[in-house]
Design a protein around this ligand. Sequence first.
Ligand SMILES: Cc1cc2nc3c(=O)[nH]c(=O)nc-3n(C[C@H](O)[C@H](O)[C@H](O)COP(=O)(O)O)c2cc1C
Ligand SMILES: CCCCCCC(=O)C(=O)O
Length: 330
Amino acid sequence: MDPVHADFFAGGAGEERTLRANVTAYDRLRIVPRVLRATGDRDLRITLFGTGLATPVLVAPTAFHLLAHPSGEAATAEGAAAAGTVMVVSMAATQPVERIAEAGGPLWFQLYPQPDLAFTEHVVRRAEKAGCRALVVTVDSPVFGRRERDTRNGFTDLPAGLACENMRDATGRARDIVMDPGLGWDRLGWLRTVTGLPILVKGILHPADARLAVEHGMDGLIVSNHGGRQLDGAIASVDALPAVAEAVGGRIPVLVDGGIRRGTDVLVALALGATAVLVGRPVITALGGGGAAGVRDHLRTLTADLDHVMALAGARRPADLTPDLVAVAR
Ligand SMILES: Cc1cc2nc3c(=O)[nH]c(=O)nc-3n(C[C@H](O)[C@H](O)[C@H](O)COP(=O)(O)O)c2cc1C
Ligand SMILES: CCCCCCC(=O)C(=O)O
């Protein structure tokens, strides 16, 4: 991979404190296993918004897959489908959602709501027609994070010939994605009137915002700091999870992403109240190294690792994972 593109994928905002914290937070959390629970074979299947999945590990929305592999997002979708899970297609995908959907599913579509409402609706309609089963609205990006690796590398745009294919308007021009500092809950209310798809808000860290998400009729939320690429210094996502899960109180599914690398990380996240987790950078690395098969193998390996540690912790199903199984290391 071009080192400039590798830096785009790997990097975070500012000093990359939050990027690192997402991973190191899991180092401080220890599992308190149960024994003699006769788990037998584990059953990792879950159902989200009516879709049965083989694993609680989903693919987070990430931009520009054609910079990682010549088969791009289509290969990621194929790999996710083979692993029996959801891929969340980024609004900044380098292939059209229709092409990605041909390669595999189930898909959800990630949206940065644009100030141009008619254009936003146009993008939603494309996602719906392509068969996407949920919308993931990213709300942690009123402005774009300062990614200093990209600044140093002079990486400001996609190379010639590539575009954010889902940003094409009726004239065929690919518009720039606008990060909208005017975005508020009213716009999510508007979106609710535009689509019947389940809507998840991505980028919740504060329990008060989690309560607002429920009050505004959102169908799910994702505890996330955007993989440390937006507000450097933001709380690690797994550290934010318990308070958010408590605020939601089981009314809607709570998902989490950021720093999830091992089965033990997934186990801890599920125990602390997540219904499912999403993985970002490791999927891009797997795509770059092995295309669709790489993505499939990564997701299957992570799921097999989860299965293994659930046996060791005395849990048969994701629902058996409860907060008492996690302690903070001193
Ligand atoms: C290269 C890259 C591109 C990303 N693009 C998007 C995006 O287009 N939309 C979005 O909501 N989040 C985006 N994210 C954030 C991810 O969805 C996710 O929150 C994050 O990667 C999770 O952390 P992890 O990489 O440690 O697993 C991106 C992350 C990376 C690393
Ligand atoms: C102006 C292009 C926006 C791409 C956004 C991708 C993204 O969210 C990221 O973290 O990178």
